[in-house]
Design a protein around this ligand. Structure first.
Ligand code: ARG
Length: 578
């Protein structure tokens, strides 16, 4: 029985006939109040217009106290709960034995689509793309860990007016050699050259671009082949970044995939009476919801982003029937998502549509902008991360592979440790700090547990010395800390605090996923590592007598397991030696 259930049963026994399924036990805000607290006597008393302390007293009288060392009614009617050591040790044993560190499989049988990264084709990815990719990937892993079937879909921007400009530019602005060895960088250059010519006053180039676009849209074989070539090259380049970042998509259905479905969507909107003509365009008026007007077909007959996303919902519902679709984009697209979610609801779609907006990222205190020359390529950022990490690990014998694990982990953690909704600044010193709330700090904490476990295995308890980082070879990956025989025996305050925190892991995973905030898990891991560190400093391990040594090692192993699992959910690797 969980503590929630124990308290629910006590409320139900004290007040028969009421529904107490929402009664919750929360970690105590301050250890001096006990280990846990339950504030529901106050809520219930308010609802029933009763005296909260009396409600609390009745609940305490009905409470099965087997799990508790102490139960107190405090203040206006809070229940402060101190658990017994036996209860704590038993829970730790269950957690250590549980599959997947006890993460509840609440998504079993359910499907979600996560639409993330989604860069525009024919352009290089820059640091502005990191947030959608990294946050999306963490959500992807969190939802999979909870048992959901996840479709990770990269909604590429692979259709639109830019392709007329690119096709014209490809034919006339590039050299034979550039055409023969086409790269995304060349495509980018080609776009810049052609777009500049399209601005010329006579309008000749612009019209020619427009004509190429129309040909492409009408299915002209040559233009389609060129477009396909641009897309393939772009995806090849994106995948090179995704490999570096350890990100994998199930599908790459870009905007072009939905293009043939657009007329049908517009027709449906008309039939439902949702769309109306306005100055030659077709619009959906959302004034009633204060969302303005969404254009679904422009006056020149072209469709736009809203229409494409509506077609996309239709297609995803038909293909996957997901319980929700999650979109990870920057917060400047909020209006777009509100508009099209509202239209989708009016069209009768019941799939939960969720926008996870993230704030802008600046780089070393400066806004990211082309004009300021601060538009850093993602490739360069990742290379620099590895280069800087190598400088840190090489003196200790670490190799390139270890530097990749640390550097990429640092970049990811620098993002994921912040609430997605906030704007963030990327700073090298902070991202790579070995102390403080950083990826390397947590990876290092994991490596230390691994080295402790190795020493424990190799000693009989007399040779071992605590502390130190152990091995210095750059070995990567490696097994999780060894399972340790014996029983959990929590005794000291620092052991207890760590133990209580470890029990919160499954809940932290659930909260991170349900709030769409990987930062909830990052915060949890950082706090856990800090509690581990104070336990480790206060408690001799290898030199303790056998039963204490075994019990402490078990706590270390469980911490290691949870840290590894948690970091991996954030997409961060856990080398066993640093
Ligand atoms: N390609 C868009 C951009 O770069 C993001 C697409 C997000 N997904 C979506 N279904 N609208 O801003």
């Amino acid at each position: 029985m969980t503590l929630d259930e124990t308290l629910q049963a006590a409320f139900a026994a004290a007040f028969p006939g009421e529904d107490f399924s929402l009664v919750r036990v929360l970690p105590a805000t301050d250890p001096k109040f006990g280990d846990y607290q339950c504030n529901d006597a106050l809520k219930f008393a308010k609802k029933m217009k009763m005296n909260p302390r009396e409600v609390a007293a009745k609940v305490v009288a009905a409470l099965d106290k087997a799990a508790f060392e102490k139960v107190e009614i405090a203040g206006p009617g809070f229940l402060n709960l101190t658990v017994s050591t036996d209860w704590l040790n038993a829970r730790l044993g269950e957690l250590a034995a549980a599959e997947k560190c006890g993460i509840p499989q609440r998504g079993a049988g359910k499907k979600v689509v996560i639409d993330y990264s989604s860069p525009n084709a024919a352009k290089q990815m820059h640091i502005g793309h990191i947030r959608s990719t990294v946050i999306g990937c963490a959500l992807d892993r969190l939802f999979r860990a909870l048992g959901y079937t996840v479709v990770a879909d990269n909604h590429l921007g692979d259709w639109g007016t830019q392709f007329g400009i690119l096709i014209k530019g490809y034919r006339e602005c590039l050299t034979d050699d550039e055409r023969a060895h086409l790269t995304v960088a060349t495509l980018e250059k080609c776009y810049v050259l052609s777009a500049a010519k399209a601005k010329e006053a006579d309008g000749v180039w612009k019209d020619a671009c427009r004509a190429e676009l129309v040909k492409l849209q009408q299915g002209d074989a040559d233009n389609l082949a060129l477009w396909k070539k641009f897309i393939d090259i772009s995806i090849g380049e994106f995948e090179r970044m995704y490999r570096k970042l350890g990100v994998k998509f199930d599908t790459y259905r870009g905007e072009s995939y939905y293009n043939p479905m657009m007329p049908g969507v517009v027709e449906k909107l008309r039939q439902l009476g949702l769309a109306e003509e306005s100055e030659g365009a077709l619009i959906v008026n959302l004034d009633a919801e204060k969302l303005g007007v969404a254009i679904v077909r422009k006056s020149d007959g072209g469709y736009n982003y809203t229409t494409s996303d509506l077609a996309c919902v239709e297609s995803r519902v038909a293909d996957y029937d997901p319980e929700r679709i999650i979109y990870v984009t920057d917060d400047r697209q909020q209006l777009h998502f509100r508009q099209f979610f509202s239209i989708a609801a009016k069209m009768g779609y019941t799939t939960q549509l969720v926008h996870v907006p993230f704030g802008l990222m600046s780089y070393q205190g400066k806004a990211i902008s082309t004009r300021e020359g601060n538009l850093i390529k993602l490739d360069d950022l990742l290379s620099e991360a590895v280069r800087r990490s190598l400088a840190i690990v090489a003196p200790r014998g670490g190799d390139e592979r270890l530097a990749e694990q640390i550097g990429i982990g640092a970049v990811k953690y620098a993002d994921l440790s912040h609430d997605p909704a906030t704007a963030i600044d990327f700073n090298w010193d902070k991202a790579l700090a070995l102390e403080g709330n950083s990826g390397p700090y947590l990876q290092y904490a994991y490596a230390r547990v691994c080295s402790l476990m190795e020493k424990a295995e190799g000693t009989d308890g007399t040779e071992g010395t605590d502390g130190g980082s152990g091995g210095t070879d750059g070995a990567s990956g490696g097994p999780a800390p060894l399972p340790v025989e014996g029983l959990f025996r929590v005794a000291t305050p620092s052991e207890k605090r760590l133990a209580l925190q470890l029990l919160e892991f499954p809940g932290a995973v659930v909260r991170a996923a349900e709030a769409y905030k990987p930062s909830v898990l990052a915060d949890y891991l950082f706090q856990t590592a800090q509690l581990y560190s104070s336990f480790y400093q206060n408690s001799p391990i290898l030199k303790s007598e056998a039963a204490v040594r075994a019990a402490r090692l078990k706590l270390c192993a469980l911490f290691g397991d949870i840290l590894k699992t948690g970091l991996n959910l954030l997409g961060i690797e856990t080398p066993s030696h640093i």
